[in-house]
Structure formats: C-alpha cells, structure tokens
Design a protein around this ligand. Structure first.
Ligand SMILES: *Cc1c(COP(=O)(O)O)cnc(C)c1O
Length: 230
C-alpha cells in the first residue's frame, strides 16, 4: 500500500506542475486497521460516503487523520449525525431544501460548514448532482448563497464511467468551465476547490484543473463490499 500511495503522490506531482492537489483517500469498506496503515504511509485526508460506517470507524482513528470529508449523498435525517463527525468538507450537496435544513441546524449549534455543490457532468440519470447548465447552477447558487452558515467552497463531480479519455476530459472540462464562470459572476472568487477525479481518471482530472481528487481502489485495491465495516 505504501508503494501505491508513493506512486500516486509522485504521478500527481508530475502532472500538477507545482500546483497543490489534495488527495482524499476514500476509505469506504476499508477496515480501520488498514486505514491506519494508509495514514502511517502518508495519507492525511479521508473520505467516507456512509454516515453509519463513518460513525463506527472515525473514533477508532482519532487524532490520526487531518480531515474527514463526506463524499456521499446527504439525507436530511442524517444531518445531525454527520455534523457530529465534524466533516471538513461535504462534497455532495445538490438540494436547496437539504441546504436549508443544514443551515438551520448550523445556526442552532452556532457553527459554519464548508460544502461543495455536486454537478452531474455525465448526464447519467443514476447519478446525483445538478445539471451542468450555467443558468440552472446560477439559480441554485443565488439561493444557496443566502444560507449564511454555509460556505460554498467549490464544485464536485463524478465523471462518466468510461475508459475513453475524450469522454472523461469532456466531463472535467465542463466542470472547470462552470467553476470559472460562477466564480466570476456570483461567487466573487470565493470558490477554491474543484473536486474531480478518482482512481482511474485522477491524472486526467488534474490536467483539466482538479485540485482535489478522491482515490479509493488505487490505494487500497479493489473494494470488497462484503468485508470490512458496514
Ligand atoms: C467510491 C468513491 C470514490 C473512489 O472511487 P475509486 O474508483 O475507488 O477511486 C470517489 N468518489 C466518490 C464520490 C466515491 O463514492
């Protein structure tokens, strides 16, 4: 695993050409013991997509990671549980009513929360996220910006499931263009995170402007959903 991690950091350094790229190790289905090894081998940030799994795992890794990122879809009834885990960033917001609920709870506990807005750049119906459409995203942002406890730090996408480099590039460049546009018009340069790229496409994503990548299987090997913590 240490070799995987070293190889990933080295390949990123080559492509990033001096730009800082944050690697979020996606630890879903991975046991705390193995995550612990990854942290010892240079991983700093971890990402989970299920709150229940994170609730069981994170306490066992206390003080060993720098940041916990929530990368799954957030349901309203899980907001309190998620915030108790103190996520540095929630990657996957795409609903104004969930944001509204989140904002209300943040007021209650007197906290602020960094989030990303998820965009469905592949247009696959099975995926979460807003349409990759400037007008639609602008409308969403205008309302989201009224939630005073929520800080919109950037955009996130999951590219189309494909081995075709051109298809991947199109997803990533689409998100980068929207990111630049929204930063110019509504966000006044407040967005500084572009979360895109996973195990099989992170280098392409970085070439297209990603500064945060979410990597699971390239670090830990193929996931076994029957093993590990659920
Ligand atoms: C699982 C997951 C990843 C990591 O996928 P790999 O292909 O294993 O790198 C990244 N982002 C999200 C949102 C995920 O759910």
């Amino acid at each position: 695993m240490k070799e995987n991690i070293d190889r990933i950091y080295q390949s990123i350094a080559k492509v990033a050409a001096g730009k800082e790229v944050k690697v979020i190790a996606v630890t879903k289905t991975i046991t705390p013991e193995v995550v612990d090894e990854a942290l010892a081998a240079g991983i700093e940030y971890i990402g989970e997509n299920k709150i229940q799994e994170a609730e069981r795992k994170l306490p066992l890794l206390k003080n060993k990671f720098q940041e916990f990122h929530y990368i799954g879809h957030l349901q309203k009834n899980k907001i309190k549980k998620l915030l108790a885990l103190e996520p540095a960033l929630i990657h996957s917001m795409d609903s104004l009513s969930t944001l509204n609920q989140l904002n209300k709870y943040l007021i209650e506990i007197d906290k602020y929360q960094d989030i990303l807005v998820q965009v469905n750049t592949s247009e696959e119906e099975s995926k979460f996220g807003l349409r990759a459409d400037e007008t639609e995203l602008s409308r969403f942002m205008e309302k989201a910006l009224t939630f005073n406890r929520i800080r919109i730090k950037g955009l996130m996408t999951i590219a189309e499931y494909s081995n075709d480099e051109k298809v991947l590039r199109l997803c990533f460049s689409k998100l980068k263009r929207l990111f630049d546009k929204l930063n110019e018009t509504l966000l006044e340069g407040e967005m500084n995170v572009l979360s895109m790229g996973m195990s099989n496409d992170y280098l392409t994503a970085i070439e297209e402007g990603a500064n945060m990548v979410r990597i699971g299987s390239a670090i830990f090997g193929e996931r076994n959903y029957n093993k590990g913590i659920k």
